[in-house]
Design a protein around this ligand. Structure first.
Ligand code: HEM
Length: 209
């Protein structure tokens, strides 16, 4: 069996943690879309619940990523500029998660309190889910995660590391912001009705159809 050094073990743990975080970031793109397209409070509740559950491992993964990253850095990478770009990116993502995404989910949850599942998504709840802040934050985090993959594997210079992170964030955040603006409402509206709508089944059943 291959010899597993402490460094290799740290790399393995680092990659597991990175996979958890990058995976959650990628799937959050589809979850955000489902939240925007939910036609009833019940459906919105279900997707918010899914978003919450599917991100419960993220804080532990983020701490493991940082801990193993610092350990790996102590073996020589501390002298490289990309290491500090990675640290800054980790910090930025943690702040976005704790200060934007978490409060946005909590605000939507609070606004739905006591509203029956069958009610349509409108008023304050609709305004909250359409607000650009949490959607742009999610896009920035995904861009930063992808940029980290590039930075980790290629270990570029300071300028190149910053350019990749900033470029990814400007493109990802910019596109999301443009789509989230009120004038971009047409882009937001689903081109066709969602393929499956449980409420419609209930309505049909009630109508005896
Ligand atoms: C989403 C964020 C991150 C991802 C996707 C990621 C991914 C990776 C990958 C794929 C490697 C293996 C590179 C290779 O062997 O060529 C690696 C190594 C490494 N990472 Fe990260 N990482 C992330 C965050 C961080 C952070 C925040 C730090 C600093 C605290 C860090 C520090 C390191 C170090 C020092 C290495 C060792 C480089 C080597 O031995 O080649 N990483 N990372």
């Amino acid at each position: 069996m291959s010899h597993l050094s402490a460094y290799s073990l740290a790399i393995l743990l680092h990659l597991v943690a990175a996979m958890v975080l990058v995976g959650a970031s990628v799937s959050s793109v589809y979850v955000r879309r489902a939240i925007l397209e939910a036609t009833s409070i019940g459906a919105l509740r279900a997707w918010l619940g899914f978003a919450h559950r599917s991100s419960t491992a993220n804080p532990v993964a983020a701490l493991a990523l940082l801990g193993t990253g610092i350990y790996l850095g102590s073996r020589g990478w501390w002298t490289h500029a990309w290491f500090y770009v990675a640290l800054a990116s980790w910090l930025a993502n943690s702040v976005l998660a704790a200060r934007v995404l978490k409060p946005a989910g909590a605000a939507m949850g609070a606004a739905m309190a006591g509203v029956p599942d069958a009610a349509p998504v409108d008023g304050r709840v609709d305004a909250l889910r359409r607000s650009p802040g949490w959607r742009v934050a999610g896009a920035l985090m995904l861009a930063s995660d992808m940029a980290m993959l590039y930075v980790m594997v290629l270990k570029p210079s300071l300028i190149e590391s910053l350019a990749v992170v900033a470029g990814g964030m400007i493109i990802g955040g910019g596109i999301t912001l443009l789509r989230a603006r009120p004038s971009g409402a047409a882009l937001e509206a689903p081109a066709r009705p969602p393929r499956y709508n449980g409420d419609r089944d209930d309505e049909r059943a009630a109508a005896g159809a």
